[in-house]
Design a protein around this ligand. Structure first.
Ligand code: ADP
Length: 347
């Protein structure tokens, strides 16, 4: 079979939208799924600029390939973009763009592969809305119940027997767990909203980490876990980041390390500088994370087992925060040997 015939069969039957654009961004090929997704026929788009049809704008800079990748030549890039179909309907596309090179290695254009992900996006929005409504409605009763519980425990409604006290303390512990879940659900539902952006200012991360370690020692002591804090000498006095958000990440990593480490274990928290970044790591001697779970632990709602408290959102929120700061977060772990979570931030 001729190469051209194979190409035609593959492109015609490809289950995703397919388009080839030249160096000017003009469409030179468009397959049947691309016609179905956009509502435009092949004839209507051939020789027309692709920006509006695939990136939803007339701005050439909106195309990641033309903007960034022309100089890199081999990189494929995935973006999400909102477009208007021919009938005016607004849809969200996931577009993967890869450069096309000629025989001499020169750039001759690009392939764009795309899927309509509007339904998945809609489901995600609905899930966030339901969670947000649920968390808002739960928040007030939980706060009120906590308030009355504190009064009872303080003896404001009369003296309590030791047994009554111990039951009420257990109720309070459980209420804290519900309240943590609500806080996670609320934060998750805010992610993606315009207001959920870091507001960076210079702050002393060493001091904040020290406070976080001291606060974590209260819980750690109950399990006989030792927490050590090591800081490298070269650390700059301040970094530029959103202090509340970074505190949230550090508290979450410490909380996980305590939750997933057995009695008598050790947690080492390190702060060091690495080239132009600062590096934070939290290493524990806990149960570890089996290899097959490691790629998924930063996904929303992912939990390895249900035998501990938690929403499965902590690491997802941490990743969102660190990436919004331009940093990187990752985990290394061995089952039964312990885990190490690290993240970088620009200095
Ligand atoms: P959770 O609220 O369940 O702790 P996270 O998003 O913080 O949610 O973590 C996701 C999952 O990753 C946890 O349920 C746990 O199974 C695993 N995990 C996180 N940190 C550790 C750790 N330090 N040691 C072992 N497992 C961990």
């Amino acid at each position: 079979m001729e190469k051209q015939e194979i190409y035609d069969v593959v492109i015609k039957n490809l289950p995703v939208g397919f388009s080839i654009v030249d160096l000017e961004g003009t469409i030179v090929d468009f397959n049947p799924i691309a016609e179905e997704i956009t509502g435009y026929s092949r004839e209507e788009v051939i020789n027309k600029p692709h920006f509006e049809i695939l990136h939803g704008t007339l701005d050439r800079d909106s195309c990641p390939l033309l903007k960034h990748a022309l100089s890199l030549k081999e990189q494929a890039i995935a973006v999400e973009t909102t477009i208007k179909k021919k009938n005016g309907e607004q849809i969200t596309l996931s577009v993967t763009t890869a450069p096309l090179l000629d025989e001499d290695g020169g750039l001759s254009g690009a392939v764009e592969l795309f899927r309509d992900i509007s339904e998945a996006k809609q489901r995600e929005r609905e899930r966030k809305n339901i969670l947000s409504m649920f968390a808002h409605d739960m928040k007030n009763p939980v706060t009120t119940a906590g308030g009355f519980l504190s009064r009872l425990l303080a003896g404001k409604a009369g003296a309590l027997t030791e047994k009554q006290k111990s039951y009420l303390e257990t109720i309070r512990e459980e209420l804290y767990k519900v309240s943590d879940l609500i806080a996670d659900f609320l934060e998750f539902s805010r992610i993606g909203a315009k207001a959920y952006r870091p507001v960076p200012r210079p702050f002393n991360i060493r001091k904040n980490m020290n406070n976080a370690v001291e606060a974590a020692k209260i819980e750690a002591d109950k399990k006989g876990i030792t927490i050590l804090f090591e800081v490298s000498e070269e650390m700059p006095p301040t970094i530029l980041a959103d202090p509340a958000m970074i505190d949230r990440v550090i508290a979450n990593l410490l909380d996980n390390a305590i939750t997933y480490t057995g009695k008598g274990g050790t947690i080492v928290v390190r702060l060091s500088d690495a080239d132009n970044d600062i590096l934070v790591s939290v290493t524990d001697t806990g149960r570890g994370i089996p290899e097959e779970h490691l790629p998924y632990i930063f996904d929303a709602f992912y939990r390895i087992s249900r035998d501990t408290k938690g929403s499965g959102l902590g690491l997802f929120i941490a990743k969102t925060i660190i990436e919004a700061h331009g940093g990187r977060i990752w985990a290394e772990s061995k089952r039964d040997k312990g885990s190490s979570f690290s993240f970088t931030l620009k200095q």
